[in-house]
Design a protein around this ligand. Structure first.
Ligand code: SF4
Length: 281
């Protein structure tokens, strides 16, 4: 296939969580509901009982075993360190009780902006998007500028409006990447975009070039399927079985999505993503 994607892994690393430089914001700001993903309920703004005084997780090595699988599939895209070190200049919420509440409001806004940055950076790295690189770069620069706003301006930001602008470019990117891929049209009709494919049996299927935008693929059997050059933005892959599947060249797939799946040493991922530890144990 002449169709090639080019990912510059270095550019995407800056949108990866750096917990050493974060005040454990996802462990405080966000609420949990007791479920298969979290062992207990927790209100937003209340520190998780496993968060230590140094902002490290006391059960980090065994989150899955202790019933906190949800923590292994959360991704802040680098928003945690941005809010901690840039927006609040290294002053944590324990010492600065007056700004703590504000910081917990700012964090999810920053998380959304950083998520957009991750996707925009991926889009601008692709050779297929060469014709729209300048448009993507412009919106990427605008998004970076938004992340540098002060806390009050961030809280007043209309994130939905900005997301709509970003989304248009991500859709164009998706089309450009999937354009040249020969697709199985019959199968596409059966498993088209946005369909509920929870538990779907798709072992060994030719799913090349599909858009899985916002699709529920929870616990889908995708073993040995061809998932190259797909768009995975917003798809729910929890417990999807990817043993032996090939996802190379696919776009808008995040580490958090991959961490939520089952796979093995034969699963082929896009080169900028890591094999989750639990696949190999
Ligand atoms: S279990 Fe650990 S990673 Fe999960 S919220 Fe609590 S402290 Fe954070």
């Amino acid at each position: 296939m002449s169709h090639q994607t080019m990912i510059n892994k270095g550019n995407l690393i800056k949108y990866k969580a750096d917990c050493e430089n974060c005040f454990g914001l996802c462990c405080v700001a966000l609420p949990f509901i007791k479920s298969a993903d979290f062992a207990v309920d927790k209100d937003g703004g209340a520190p998780c009982k496993n968060l230590q005084s140094d902002f490290r997780c006391g059960i980090h090595e065994d989150l899955r075993g202790k019933g906190y699988k949800g923590c292994t599939v959360y991704e802040c895209f680098g928003a945690g360190q941005k809010v901690s070190q840039f927006t609040y200049k290294g002053k944590d919420w324990r010492e600065n009780k007056s700004t703590a509440k504000e910081m917990f409001h700012v964090f999810p806004i920053m998380q959304q902006l950083h998520e957009m940055l991750y996707y925009l950076q991926e889009a601008v790295n692709l050779v297929e998007t060469r014709s729209i690189h300048s448009e993507i770069q412009k919106v990427l620069d605008e998004t970076v500028a938004l992340t540098k706003l002060n806390p009050v301006s961030l809280m007043n930001l209309n994130v939905s409006n900005h997301r709509a602008v970003v989304n248009e470019l991500l859709l164009k990117t998706s089309e450009l990447v999937r354009l040249k891929v020969k697709k199985d049209k019959n199968l596409q009709k059966k498993v088209g975009k946005g369909m509920d494919l929870i538990g779907a049996k798709l072992k060994g299927a030719n799913l090349k070039g599909m858009s899985w935008r916002g699709t529920f693929l929870i616990a889908a059997d995708l073993r040995e399927s061809d998932l190259r050059y797909c768009d995975f933005i917003g798809s729910d892959l929890r417990d999807a079985n990817l043993h032996g599947a090939n996802l190379q060249g696919s776009i808008f797939l995040t580490q958090a999505q991959v961490n939520a799946t089952e796979g093995d040493k034969y699963t082929k991922l896009p080169s900028h993503l890591n094999v989750p530890k639990h696949w190999l144990t």
